[in-house]
Design a protein around this ligand. Structure first.
Ligand code: NDP
Ligand code: GDP
Length: 326
């Protein structure tokens, strides 16, 4: 019989790629979608991957425990992937309480629902390298102390520790993936890579004329979402639940990422680039660099898509999408 998975955050970047992977593996995939003022489900990412008719949509909200209980009672999943979150760091200073209630308390809600309705389901929590914040070691691994630097990161830290606690308290198969930044053509437009690749494509097509940025010196360990969702699945296939860092082990400045994107369209970024203070943050994470040795050794996971190939694919996809609008 086909295994059943419930994916929260199914309309997001990782939800789309993970659903694609699970469908390819023969799972029945249910995606949790929260109601908004318009009745249509925002399934543009699922459509981009051609899987919008294959994912079964269920209504619920991570802030509403009773909706999660109902969904788990109906779906009875073998695996739960908790990807739903207020996921944008910058927005977490503008909406800290929403961020706490979805990104922190939402994890507790779904763990509680799982404890009562699906106690033998395997559980994945989408933790984040942002938890390292003001880094305490030059390369961050599962044993590096955390030092969160935003309301988002503080909320993620709660989600991480409550997952560990439910594993230890209730013997649940609950794993936490500490994923470093991962991008793709499906990344939200507000995140730095997608903002840059889309703007580079728009300038090339004569649809934009400037690129306004924040801190160009920040460094990130950027991987491809398609590689990273494979690590999520692998974690839930292990006999024992555990925590894993997922990263490439390479770090690049925002400035270098801009250079790579603009080179792809044969433009000089300095002709368009300026700094706008509105994109600076009250507290910054200067550098992230992950050590994924444990994931490599225990899960057999390695990333397959290089940084240059990732940025190139993103620029290419943005050119395709923007050409359709001309
Ligand atoms: P996205 O921002 O693309 O997707 C977030 C998803 O969460 C959306 O589907 C959104 O739904 C959903 N959501 C938001 N609030 C609620 C709620 N109250 N109830 C139910 N669903 C909700 O994120 P990504 O796909 O990039 O990331 C997936 C997860 O991994 C997130 O938890 C993120 O914080 C975490 N993460 C991401 C990293 C990255 O680099 N991408 C790095 C490390 C961790 P809607 O469409 O309705 O807004
Ligand atoms: P984050 O690591 O989850 O915060 O992912 P982002 O893609 O939002 O930001 C990555 C880094 O890029 C952060 O250090 C930001 O300060 C930096 N950055 C510089 N300019 C911008 C910008 O215009 N938008 C965003 N989102 N980030 C920027």
């Amino acid at each position: 019989m086909a295994r059943t998975a419930l994916v929260t955050g199914v309309t997001g970047q990782d939800g789309a790629y993970l659903s694609q992977l699970l469908l390819e593996k023969g799972y029945e995939v249910y995606g949790l979608v929260r109601r908004s003022s318009h009745s249509e489900v925002d399934d543009h990412r699922l459509r981009w991957l051609g899987i919008h008719d294959d994912v079964r949509i269920v209504d619920g909200n991570l802030t509403d425990l009773s909706s999660l209980i109902r969904v788990l009672r109906e779906v009875k999943p073998d695996e739960i992937y908790n990807l739903g979150a207020q996921s944008f760091v910058k927005a977490s200073w503008d909406q800290p309480i929403v961020t706490a209630s979805v990104t922190a308390n939402g994890v507790l809600n779904i763990l509680e629902a799982a404890r009562f309705e699906a106690p033998s389901a395997r559980f994945y929590q989408a933790s984040s390298s942002e938890m390292y914040g003001l880094i305490q070691e030059p390369m961050q691994s599962e044993t590096t102390p955390f030092y969160p630097r935003s309301p988002y990161a503080v909320a993620k830290l709660y989600g991480h520790w409550i997952t560990v606690n439910y594993r230890e308290s209730f013997n649940m198969h609950a794993s936490s993936g500490i994923l470093f930044n991962h991008e793709s053509p499906l990344r939200g437009l507000e995140f730095v890579t997608r903002k840059v690749t889309r703007t580079a494509a728009a300038i090339k097509l004569g649809l934009a004329s400037k690129l306004e940025m924040g801190n160009l010196d920040a460094k990130r360990d950027w991987g491809h979402a398609k590689d990273y969702v494979r690590a999520m699945w692998l974690m839930l296939q292990q006999d024992k639940p555990d925590d894993y860092v997922v990263a490439t082990g390479e770090t690049h400045t925002v400035r270098h990422m801009i250079d790579v994107a603009f080179k792809r369209v044969d433009l000089n970024p300095d002709d368009y680039l300026s700094i706008n203070p509105k994109f600076l943050r009250p507290a910054e994470v200067d550098v992230l660099l992950g050590d994924a040795t444990k994931a490599r050794n225990q899960l057999g996971w390695t990333p397959e898509i290089s940084f240059e190939a990732l940025i190139s694919e993103m620029v290419e996809a943005d050119l395709v999408r923007l050409r359709r609008t001309i």
